[in-house]
Ligand binder design. Sequence first.
Ligand code: AMP
Length: 279
Amino acid sequence: MKIFTTKGEIAEYLLQKRSAGKTIGLVPTMGALHNGHISLLAQAKAATGEVVCSIFVNPTQFNDPKDLEKYPRPIESDIEKLKSAGCDVLFNPPVSEVYAADEPAWHLDIGPLENMLEGKFRPGHYQGVTQVVFKLFDIIKPDMAFFGQKDYQQVLVISRMVELLKLPVKMVMCPIVREPGGLAMSSRNVHLSAQEKQDALALSQLLQLVKENFATHTLPELKELAAGFMSQQPALRMEYFEIADGDTLYPATADTPKVVALVAAWAGKTRLIDNMIIK
Ligand code: AMP
């Protein structure tokens, strides 16, 4: 596996690969890799000729400095995992390679998605996400980019950016990989105590409950069912739960064609998100 830390070197290397007729697949990550990330790499490998994984803990998407500081960065074990997964190229730049000291302000009008659900609880988050993903696309020039459904709203936001800026990238959304008990894999799960991990199972159970009852209940009934279930989980501090239109994330109505249920909650000091496509 080739490892690059500078934009110039990776761009030159990928130019050669492109000239040799290879298609480029990109899997952007913040590292602390788990099987969710590895599944994205596998899907990239199946669809493209040269797979690039980026590991970059992007400071501009963190609205909580403590979260940024304690974000896990086990780079050596990440490199081993990438090698085992057959990743061709790792891009692992320092912050100074991605952002200039006098970095111009970034703002992309992504519409209502910016301030709903995740955007409401993490102000500025999606500006930081679009800023860094735009830069990664610009450096790597992938034909296809692979993102996890785990961050459902992020996929919608980046797809919106691709559409607005007419970027020549095909977006691929990959399914959520879960622990055996149902907990969605996340780099932040390392912060959970055994008890918090147990408590966190309620999130996927809630989504499953909504999915199982979707065909037989109205939306208000489902919300009531969800509220009842969550009221029995005092260990979790809920931020939002929504049964939403899968394209816009506005609350679903009876005739919404694509429905997704999304949830965010705190287990102790760890913020968790999860979602499930319901229809
Ligand atoms: P992160 O390192 O958390 O920024 O995630 C990098 C990519 O991996 C994003 O596209 C995530 O949506 C995706 N991802 C994270 N967790 C999972 C998971 N459990 N299953 C599938 N994809 C995931």
